[in-house]
Design a protein around this ligand. Structure first.
Ligand SMILES: Cc1cc2nc3c(=O)[nH]c(=O)nc-3n(C[C@H](O)[C@H](O)[C@H](O)COP(=O)(O)OP(=O)(O)OC[C@H]3O[C@@H](n4cnc5c(N)ncnc54)[C@H](O)[C@@H]3O)c2cc1C
Length: 375
């Protein structure tokens, strides 16, 4: 079998974005995915302006914009009142909004631009091999060895062991649990974060008159997720919504110490996980992939890897920054006693007026990510 220039491990959103972008640059890329078919549950729903700008090169931005709700404005609320407003439409950016759509739809748009994915194929081990990398794979036809000039691991946390030793990526497990569902609900194209005494409720618009609802649920597993979310939304926001299909999730934080080992590179959740509260994990991975892609062709063709050290430094700095912001969001979203809640609300109201509010908007829109320069 001819050796592809680049082998991408994993066809999640990050692996697909990388493959689509490499394909559009004429790089010979092969993508393997352990799942038997496309799909997977819906998780990430918000694509921020830097990723939208970088997705233009492979032609994905128009497809995403055509399907997404454009969120131009967000509100932080407490005790039934708006305490701060976020104006994404005031950003100096090519795409001054958050594009909200289900992760499955983002992946469908990217799949149409990427080369066909080899589904049902799991990479079990990677070995540096001269001017390339050998990948041991198990697929529908049994075991095989693939060889590529460069391997990019975009396997999510599940494939972290392909690159890092078990203790090399320190992972913090937060005690917090959340319940979420995507449901039919009114509310317009505005993102709302309700910072209430009993914990946060987030409400984000989705296409088709739906919203993503997420509620903080303490630290114990929730037995009746639908009932919990319905009651939490009603009690904390005063809105009654029918809930079906709710699920719960916990949060972890991990940032790998390095993204490169010889001709093996790591992007997305395989290298870093940030709390979904704040919604930046997939975006961080997209920015890893889309800033790496232009560097890969010169590397595999001419051995020119001069820009990779800087890429790695920038991406690690951006991941650490996003992890800190996500941690702050997680702290702010916890339940608080009456005095602590009053103090939290008052402090946020004061901080987010004027320049503080503009910085907050930029942080949420990932304008501080190093990949946002000029995007
Ligand atoms: C509830 C929730 C809500 C979220 N909301 C947001 C949001 O609004 N915005 C945001 O930016 N982020 C959000 N995130 C985070 C986001 O979902 C992840 O950051 C994103 O999915 C990471 O993409 P990835 O492609 O790196 O990894 P994954 O999505 O995990 O994809 C990796 C793929 O690799 C495959 N794979 C794994 N191992 C192998 C192997 N050995 N061989 C072959 N294939 C393999 C897997 O099957 C999978 O398909 C959310 C997460 C959660 C849990």
């Amino acid at each position: 079998m001819p050796m592809p220039e680049v082998l991408v491990v994993g066809a999640g959103p990050v692996g697909l974005a990388l493959s689509a972008d490499l394909h559009s640059r004429g790089v010979d890329v092969e993508v393997v995915e352990r799942r038997a078919d496309a799909g997977g549950g819906t998780r990430a729903i918000g694509i921020h302006s830097p990723a939208l700008a970088l997705l233009e090169a492979c032609g994905a931005t128009d497809g995403i914009r055509a399907e997404a709700v454009k969120i131009a404005r967000g509100e932080a609320r407490a005790d039934g009142r708006v305490i701060a407003e976020i104006r994404f439409d005031s950003l100096r950016a090519r795409h001054p909004y958050v594009a909200a759509l289900a992760q499955t739809d983002t992946m469908r748009v990217l799949s149409a631009l990427a080369p066909p994915v080899r589904h049902g194929t799991t990479v079990e081990a990677l070995h540096p091999d001269g001017d390339g990398v050998r990948a041991e794979v198990a697929g529908p036809d049994g075991r095989a060895v693939l060889r590529a000039g460069v391997v990019v691991v975009a396997s999510g946390w599940a494939g972290r062991g392909l690159v890092y030793r078990p203790a090399a990526v320190r992972t913090l497990h937060y005690p917090d649990r959340y319940v979420m569902a995507d449901v039919v609900a009114s509310g317009g194209p505005v993102a709302r974060v309700h910072l209430e005494r009993d914990g946060v409720v987030e409400s984000f618009p989705l296409p088709g008159g739906r919203r993503r609802l997420v509620a903080w649920a303490g630290s114990d597993e929730v037995a009746d997720a639908d009932g919990f979310l319905r009651d939490a939304v009603a009690a904390r926001t005063g809105v009654d919504v029918d809930i079906a299909g709710a699920s719960s999730f916990g949060v972890r934080r991990a940032v790998a110490p390095a993204l490169r080992r010889g001709r093996i590179v790591v992007v997305g959740d395989a290298a870093h996980e940030v709390s979904p509260i704040g919604g930046q994990g997939m975006n961080l991975g997209l920015l890893d992939a889309l800033t790496l892609s232009p560097l890969l062709a010169p590397w595999v063709r001419r051995g020119d890897d001069a820009s990779l050290a800087r890429w790695e430094r920038d991406r690690l700095a951006s991941a650490r920054h996003a992890a800190r912001l996500a941690f702050l969001n997680t702290l702010l979203g916890r339940a608080a006693g009456p005095a602590a809640h009053r103090m939290r609300t008052g402090t946020l109201r004061t901080l987010l007026r004027g320049p503080g509010g503009a910085a907050f908007t930029r942080a949420y829109a990932m304008r501080f990510d190093r990949a946002a320069r000029g995007a």
